[in-house]
Design a protein around this ligand. Structure first.
Ligand SMILES: [Zn+2]
Length: 360
């Protein structure tokens, strides 16, 4: 396969990312997942993993982390410094049949970086000399998305899966409280592992399956929004995704807004090409998209007002319209009801001026 060779060569985008990290005094970026995992595992005691005086997981959890560590140690990252992003890109490349799109995606390098600033993700407009380009998104955002996705999963169980078990409902209520706390206080995560490990295996597997797929789709939405910016300025490829390239617009403001809408639409269509083939799992892909936009809203400064970017509210409404045309009536109702519950819970800990902005 021709791609093997191309992937093996290091890209300028990758080099730029690491030199930027180096200049910011951050040298550990290529290995950060392995290092975090090693640190967590080194906090293991005979009673489980204790961090900041809190037990964050029992032997089940430790076994899971050890499996993950083994997987990471045997995995060569070629398109990103982040395992999730690497798997997302590989999954896309295996599924996509259009060679031109594949080639463009292969030129990306996705860097996950630590930055407490409000810029969640970006892509360099000008490609580097070797044609590669750098997509960056922050680990802070990825972590927040993970927490919101966990909240969503617990809500699904609370709302729909646990009618007859009082005891289970009680732990769901405690889990929801912890999840909200963890979203509100970035630096002070309690985590829900202790609860998950008490679930019966089948319930826990279902929970994790839903979580993995939604989180995967949410991360996908971020990455392919940025790659979408590259696709939408390429006339041939833009046609493939049925969008009008923003490059022809002369009004700068309109151009920027159009570029953003196009990038969202392309990203949703790509997620659809992975999830939308199978009615049993398609809602998980759509949930990931909406959860990602909800997560963007948590710290957003343009929740309801357009700047040079469309407001989060408009992006959410566009995504809902897109999904409405794809899902059957009843799945659509269930999905929006669940997202509504996420919104209501989040509004209790955010400073949203409109506590129903997603319902317009
Ligand atoms: Zn954008």
């Amino acid at each position: 396969m021709l791609y093997g060779l191309e992937i093996a060569m290091s890209k300028q985008a990758e080099g730029v990312f690491f030199s930027e990290a180096y200049h910011n005094g951050e040298t550990e970026r290529s290995n950060w997942q392995r290092e975090v995992l090693r640190n967590v595992l080194s906090s293991m005691t005979e009673n489980g993993i204790i961090i900041n005086g809190r037990n964050i997981g029992d032997s089940n959890f430790v076994a899971k982390l050890e499996r993950l560590q083994e997987e990471l140690d045997n995995y060569e990252l070629t398109l990103s410094n982040d395992l999730t992003s690497e798997i997302i890109l590989m999954c896309f490349l295996q599924n996509e049949t259009n060679e031109e799109v594949k080639e463009l995606v292969l030129k990306s390098w996705v860097g996950l970086w630590d930055s407490p600033s409000f810029i969640n993700a970006c892509v360099n407009k000008q490609d580097f000399y070797d044609g590669s380009y750098l997509v960056k998104y922050t680990s802070e955002f990825q972590i927040l998305l993970r927490k919101v996705t966990e909240l969503f999963c617990t809500l699904i169980f609370t709302l729909d899966f646990a009618e007859d078990a009082d005891k289970v409902l009680e732990s769901f209520a405690q889990m929801l409280a912890i999840e909200l706390h963890d979203i509100e206080f970035d630096e002070d995560e309690i985590g829900i592992n202790a609860y998950l490990s008490l679930f019966p295996t089948r319930l826990r597997d279902t929970y994790e399956e839903i979580f993995q797929k939604c989180f995967f789709a949410g991360c996908m939405f971020i990455i392919f929004h940025e790659i979408g910016h590259k696709i939408e300025v390429n006339e041939g490829l833009a046609r493939l995704y049925n969008v009008n390239p923003s490059i022809h617009l002369t009004d700068q403001h309109k151009k920027e807004l159009t570029s953003e809408y196009n990038a969202d639409l392309i990203s949703m269509k790509i997620i659809d090409s992975i999830f939308g083939q199978n009615e049993a799992i398609d809602w998980l892909g759509y949930a990931g998209i909406l959860l990602c936009i909800m997560t963007l809203a948590i710290k957003s400064k343009n929740l309801t007002i357009d700047t040079n970017h469309p407001s989060i509210q408009k992006r959410y409404i566009c995504a809902k319209d897109y999904i409405q045309n794809k899902l059957g009536d009843s799945s659509e109702r269930v999905l929006f009801r669940r997202l509504n519950a996420v919104g209501i819970m989040l509004s209790s800990i955010t400073k949203w001026e409109d506590n129903e902005w997603w319902n317009k």
